[in-house]
Design a protein around this ligand. Sequence first.
Ligand code: BTN
Length: 209
Amino acid sequence: MRIIHFDEINSTNDYAKTHIDELENGAVIMAEKQTAGYGRFKREWVDTGANNIYMTIILKDGKILPSLTQYLAVCICKTIESLGLSPLIKWPNDVLINNKKVSGILAESIIKNGNLKGLIIGTGINLNSTEEILKKINQPATAINLELEQSVDKLTFTNILLNKFFNDYKLFSTKGFPFIKKDYERYSKLKKNEEITISIFNKTETGIF
Ligand code: BTN
């Protein structure tokens, strides 16, 4: 895996999108600081300081993977759980600890002239932050150091997470969601057969999870 590191960048997802043609399959873009990080619906992703994770993985094996966000969410949960915490996935793309957001995931397909150039999947993980900084986020948020009451080594956490992601990626990409179903159900905040209501733009739909 090739890691491309920046001290400062607008957004690791934006860099991946703009440079998709030069980037190799499995490359990882990482930054110490993002000046224009974004999440779903172009919402701002607040920069919570250099000891946090802002990264984007590039996948160019020609596949559309509908459960990629869920796959990365499971890998993040396993990494957090290895530190002794109990994370949950809030469908579709948030990871929570004690009901507060600790990580968000944004997968995008890059299509140019009707051709799939690649998939990019970015995540922001609050590893080491302060209550003061987290107040800038417009929803209840936490950081792993606050939950553990001790700081987290960024390099170790990143290595564990990326190894998990790439070790099982081949199996996941051939088997799809069934490969992670058990783990996903274990970490999911919503339970199987629970009624859910979702609002997308002006439309509200109710269904069974
Ligand atoms: C969300 O919660 O809506 C998804 C947030 C994704 C944020 C990450 S931070 C690294 C990468 N670069 C971005 O601009 N966004 C993603």
